[in-house]
Write a protein that binds this ligand. Structure first.
Ligand code: GUN
Length: 300
């Protein structure tokens, strides 16, 4: 393996540590405790694990954690009423509604009911528009984490060729906006892109966020490029025994690592950065709500 490994676990621990330091300072100097409310509807096992981890890490950072668990069959009006209460609650600085929601609930109606200033996921249409127009927004956590890792490796990103593979609202599109804001030349590639391998081969920075296991092979990667793999896919692993599985990214790690300058592994790359950035966003939202300077190095 020629590439440097970008250790997302260590990076996320550092981000959480910096958040915790600034939270302690906020309390000491201003008597303010940032608070994050997480709303979970139903009992999806993966969502329950995410929400539990969010609660643990929020408390570890010294913030207040508020969990609201609602029945899978909750009426939309009741969920909207809870969001209205959280919007009005001064001890709540960040609100996250865990997705996906049960199918009888209108996801975009619910997300857009959140006060944009408390929208720590950055999914509210106002934040999407603010980001797209280069204004102060709440920025989606996973792309923010990728940006932090890229800035750490390269410092100034301006003039770099960046290719984002994938055009989701949660990762691909906001990632492209952030890279553009940092003055990269940005291409968004997707399932209909012609000669996608040539497009990816131009990139100094490759962000893979399509959700297809190992779809980006090493021979698509420009030698020395930085590869950020957002994918988390479970594939059969018969070598581990019958019926066993393992996690892989959207990049074929072994072949890409032989060519890239730096690469994130899966697991242990981008994944741990998402919750770390959620904490960073909650701190940012709290600082903004109180008219205080934003935390340095923890925003886009
Ligand atoms: N479900 C899985 N990841 C996320 C996330 O980052 N935010 C929300 N709201 N739901 C999720």
């Amino acid at each position: 393996m020629a590439a440097d490994l970008i250790d997302g676990k260590a990076f996320a621990a550092d981000v959480r540590g910096r958040v915790a330091t600034q939270v302690a300072r906020l309390q000491e100097v201003h008597g303010i405790t940032p608070g994050l409310a997480v709303v979970l509807v139903g009992e999806d096992p993966a969502s329950q694990v995410y929400v539990k981890n969010k609660g643990i890490q929020t408390k570890e950072a010294g913030m207040a954690s508020f969990e609201h668990k609602l029945d899978a069959g909750v009426a939309e009006a009741d969920l909207l009423a809870l969001i209205a209460d959280l919007n009005a609650d001064p001890v709540v600085h960040g609100i996250l509604v865990q997705l996906p929601l049960p199918s009888h609930l209108d996801e975009s109606l619910v997300i857009n009911a959140i006060d944009p200033a408390k929208d720590v996921d950055g999914f509210h249409i106002s934040n999407v528009g603010l980001l797209a127009t280069g204004q102060k927004a709440m920025v989606p956590c996973t792309p923010l984490g990728c940006l932090m890792m890229l800035r750490d490796r390269h410092g100034d990103l301006s003039g770099m060729e960046a290719v984002v593979v994938g055009r989701s609202n949660i990762v691909g599109k906001p990632m492209a906006q952030l890279l553009l804001r940092d003055s990269c030349t940005v291409t968004i590639a997707h399932s209909r892109t012609k000669d996608i391998e040539d497009v990816v081969r131009r990139a100094d920075i490759v962000i893979a966020a399509v959700g297809r296991a190992q779809m980006v092979p090493g021979d698509w990667i420009k030698p020395g490029a930085t590869v950020i793999d957002v994918g988390i896919n479970r594939i059969p692993a018969p070598e581990k025994g019958e019926g066993k599985t393992r996690l892989v990214g959207d990049v074929d790690f072994d072949s890409a690592a032989a060519v890239a300058g730096a690469i994130t592994p899966v697991p242990g790359g981008v994944g741990p950065m998402t919750i770390a950035c959620l904490l960073a966003n909650t701190l940012t939202a709290c600082c903004r709500a109180n008219g205080l300077a934003e935390p340095e190095g923890l925003t886009a």
